[in-house]
Design a protein around this ligand. Sequence first.
Ligand code: BGC
Length: 231
Amino acid sequence: MAAHTLTFDIGGTHMKAAVVDEAGALISERAMIDTVPEAAPPDVVKSLATMVAPLGAFDRVSVGFPGVVRDGRVLTAPNLGTDKWQGFDLGGALSSALAKPVRVANDADLQGLAVIEGKGVEMVITLGTGFGTGLYQDGRLGPHLELSHHPFRQRETYDEQLGNAARKEVGAERWNKRVEKAIANMRRLTNFDHLYIGGGNARRIAFALASDVSLVSNVAGLQGGPALWRD
Ligand code: BGC
């Protein structure tokens, strides 16, 4: 029988989850709670386990985490607090709490797995609390690059210039100009064949997109879950 994957999309503002089938279609309700910035990682795991209790049965768990993770362990969590999260075995803790195997990936990397076509160089960027990126070649996820923390303009990083706090501060027009410039930089940097733009603020883009750039639904953050289990 095809496996059902409980998928978490952990964000700086909300934490979401749903059970999805092999093809990435949602087969449960979507659950969502607000992110509590000061919460300790073990308490976050408890809240996540409570949140998904009504969602029904699943065989395995995928997590999109907003930072750098390796082998289920958190290395950085810029929007949740790296000081609190660094070294936390998120995969292990969730696996104990839910009694299922768990795989953890960067949130943008996981989101892209739901939308790429699997041909050539494809890139995803996510516009949310922070600026996420994922890069793929012929459908395979490349090593995670924290481009979000790379210098962008005026001595600030992509995260600082494009994140939700910056958007609120500078307003729609200036934020849109920055997004346009960031897309041009990504094009020069990766020569992508196609770029996908996701995240909660993708809908705020007010300029015309080139034919090799498209917007994707934020639900993709949950739909990429099963792809983490394809070896
Ligand atoms: C983090 C990335 C993450 C992005 C979107 C950034 O602050 O550095 O790892 O993918 O936010 O959540």
